[in-house]
Write a protein that binds this ligand. Structure first.
Ligand code: TYM
Length: 329
């Protein structure tokens, strides 16, 4: 079965609708026919300062959300990145394979460092290289992510290619698995910007009170005119709402547009608020259920880490051997 790997940061606690529609929804679908590895990337989270208590809680909250959203620990390997030390170890090797200029071209670093109020750490700079190690450790065929990760996937392929040509074939070249329709969910207050917790405003959080989400949806910035049409160029706000509506209900955008013929933006927003509430309410209940039993949750994560290490340690060993390290007995 083809291998899949992806990761999500625990930084924010609650995932937002962009995380779900852009990535996690695909994770759930892919676990059926793929050998899937999904990790909560706590090592990545500390590239910006974290409160220890919050980080620990947010890591569990993230795992609980993945389970509540449909990741099945019997089918997929769900684990916490720091439980598998090979990530940091291969991360170092990959840092030594990366050019300084190459790392400097990563646009996410430029965005993130520009927004950072505290001083910017070196970890934020080398972040995409650790991400490359995450992927290469598992010899993943596909990496389901949103559009914003495309450049990091290119770097991963470049590093794999470089290593393979220098030391002999060691890593599989992974492909980004990006579902076009939901690859970029936009902010509800600024439908030209990606929905992101670091730019608060029109962000729908999965763990906030759904009443609050419905209100955010009702007050989403829409466009001039009044017809509900899918037109990304001229109606980015309405188009974003239609994308979300379609993804949450499984209905096509065309059929929604037909339905709202003669109705206005207000109807669309009110209905989408209800659709979201209905979808998220049972998700929240399941998150609570998982968090009410932390011992069982930690056990699931321990089992996942064990399975992940079996694969990761094999890759790391082969890598060390290729490089010329004396392998410990
Ligand atoms: P992170 O934690 O920022 O986001 C998790 C996933 O959500 C996607 N995403 C979006 N998709 C559509 N619309 C949006 N507005 C939106 N916002 C976020 C992201 O593309 C991502 O797929 N670097 C990664 C974490 C990571 C990783 C990995 C991913 C670490 N190691 C290995 C894949 C493979 C990140 O920060 O994602």
């Amino acid at each position: 079965r083809p291998r899949v790997l992806s990761g999500i940061q625990p930084t924010a606690g609650s995932f937002h609708l962009g995380n779900y529609l852009g990535a996690v929804r695909q994770w759930v679908a892919l676990q059926e026919a793929h050998d899937a590895f999904y990790c909560v990337v706590d090592l990545h989270a500390i590239t910006v300062e974290q409160n220890p208590k919050e980080l620990r809680q947010n890591t569990r909250v993230s795992a609980a959300q993945l389970l509540a959203l449909g990741i099945d620990p019997d089918r997929a390997t769900l684990f916490v990145q720091s439980h598998v030390p090979e990530h940091a170890q291969l991360g170092w090797v990959m840092q030594c394979m990366t050019g300084f200029g190459e790392a400097s071209r990563m646009t996410q670093f430029k965005d993130k460092s520009a927004r950072q109020e505290q001083s910017v750490g070196v970890g934020l700079f080398t972040y995409p290289i650790l991400q490359a190690a995450d992927i290469l450790l598992y010899q993943a065929h596909y990496v389901p992510v949103g559009e914003d990760q495309r450049q990091h996937l290119e770097l991963t392929r470049d590093l794999a290619t470089r290593f393979n040509s220098r030391y002999g074939k060691t890593f599989r070249l992974p492909e980004a698995y990006i579902v076009k329709d939901t690859a970029k969910i936009f902010d509800l207050q600024d439908p030209t910007a990606k929905m992101s917790k670091s730019v608060p405003g029109g962000v729908v959080e999965l763990l906030e009170d759904p009443k609050r989400s419905a209100k955010k949806i009702r007050s989403a910035v829409t466009d001039t005119g009044r017809e509900v049409l899918f037109d990304v160029e001229n109606k980015p706000g309405v188009s974003n709402l239609l994308t979300i509506y379609s993804a949450l209900t499984g209905r096509t955008v065309e059929s929604l547009v037909t339905d709202y013929d003669g109705k206005g933006y207000g109807d669309l927003k009110k209905d989408l608020g209800e659709v979201f509430t209905e979808w998220v309410t049972p998700v929240q209940e399941r998150v609570k259920m998982y968090l009410d039993d932390v011992a069982s949750l930690d056990k699931i994560l321990a089992g996942g880490a064990e399975r992940a290490r079996e694969v990761a340690s094999g890759t790391l060993r082969r890598t060390y051997e290729k490089i010329g390290f004396v392998l410990p007995e």
